[in-house]
Design a protein around this ligand. Structure first.
Ligand code: PEP
Ligand code: MN
Length: 290
């Protein structure tokens, strides 16, 4: 089939399917090194837990989450400072002040940090403060962000836009890989379906496709998919049973008072019970929960 793909910068006319860098046919599974003893994807067999509050809200809040994670052996703290919101009247995050708090807890607790960029003007400062740059579902198609993260070697996690096909997600990862950054993982966080009772619909069939056809580490985010605390432990166990490379779970010292995503954040007790229940599931499918 003739497939014309015109790239003005390369002035090339490609008449066949490109050798997609994301494809498992063309490249072995990618491994992302967060530390010598903390690998994501590839043959590592690790399922990495990345947890924390939806937003950084204060020094006390983020330190208490960091302390809880370290006590449980969780290695990656996830919290947002630049929050994309559906209303301009909602809390948009602490911005640079929040990034500085994250850097401080990284120093104090030895945690790795994943946090989000909302637009391309924040990429450099987020790269400076984070170990993984998160591109949120609403920013998946922001080509300014893709170009900026593509220029660095910093690990990037792209979340699937809730209206994007799997191929669209994989091709967005391709923009970053093609720009020279090999450290790309993708995240399924629920797609929009006809069902209003849950916030989104976690696409586990899509996860099977990503594992079968791409070489990208696959991260699952049951918190944003479900939208309600009660479903998250069951979904997390299902995700671990699928042998995913990582999980994002939201947890807050006092979820009822959270400034964003209050209904889906787990209390520390709920998080602990869920965490304890994941290990036997990981063992059963030959994964190491980190
Ligand atoms: C988030 O991860 O904090 C978030 C806003 O999720 P999403 O981009 O998937 O909506
Ligand atoms: Mn959130």
């Amino acid at each position: 089939m003739q497939r014309a793909l015109l790239d003005p910068e390369r002035s090339a006319l490609v008449s066949e399917e490109p050798a997609w860098k994301y494809s498992l046919e063309n490249h072995p599974r990618r491994t992302i090194t967060l530390a010598d003893d903390l690998l994501v994807g590839g043959q590592s067999g690790n399922t990495i837990l990345m947890a924390g509050p939806c937003s950084v809200e204060s020094e006390d809040q983020i330190r208490s989450v960091a302390k809880m994670l370290v006590e449980r052996g969780v290695r990656v703290l996830r919290a947002g400072c630049f929050k994309p919101r559906t209303s301009p009247y909602n809390f948009m995050g602490l911005g640079l002040e929040g990034l500085k708090l994250l850097s401080a807890v990284r120093e104090e607790f030895g945690l790795k940090i994943i946090t989000e960029v909302r637009d391309s003007t924040q990429v450099d400062v987020v790269i400076e403060h984070a170990d993984i740059v998160q591109i949120g579902a609403k920013a998946m198609w922001d080509y300014g962000i893709l170009a900026a993260v593509g220029k660095s070697n910093k690990p990037v996690m792209v979340k699937r836009a809730f209206g994007a096909t799997l191929r669209e997600l994989a091709q967005i990862a391709e923009f970053i890989l093609d720009a020279g950054n090999d450290n790309v993982m993708v995240c399924e966080r629920g797609i929009r379906s006809f069902e209003p009772y849950t916030r989104f619909t976690l696409d586990l069939c899509g996860v099977a496709w990503l594992k079968q056809h791409t070489n990208l580490p696959v991260i699952l985010d049951p918190s944003h998919a479900m939208g309600y605390r009660y479903g998250i432990p069951d979904l997390s166990r299902a995700c671990v049973a699928m042998g995913v490379d990582g999980l994002i779970i939201e947890s807050h010292p006092c979820p009822e008072e959270a400034l964003s995503d209050s209904s889906q954040q787990l209390s520390f007790a709920e998080f602990g019970a869920m965490h304890d229940s994941l290990r036997p599931v990981a063992d059963a499918v030959g994964r190491r929960l980190v």
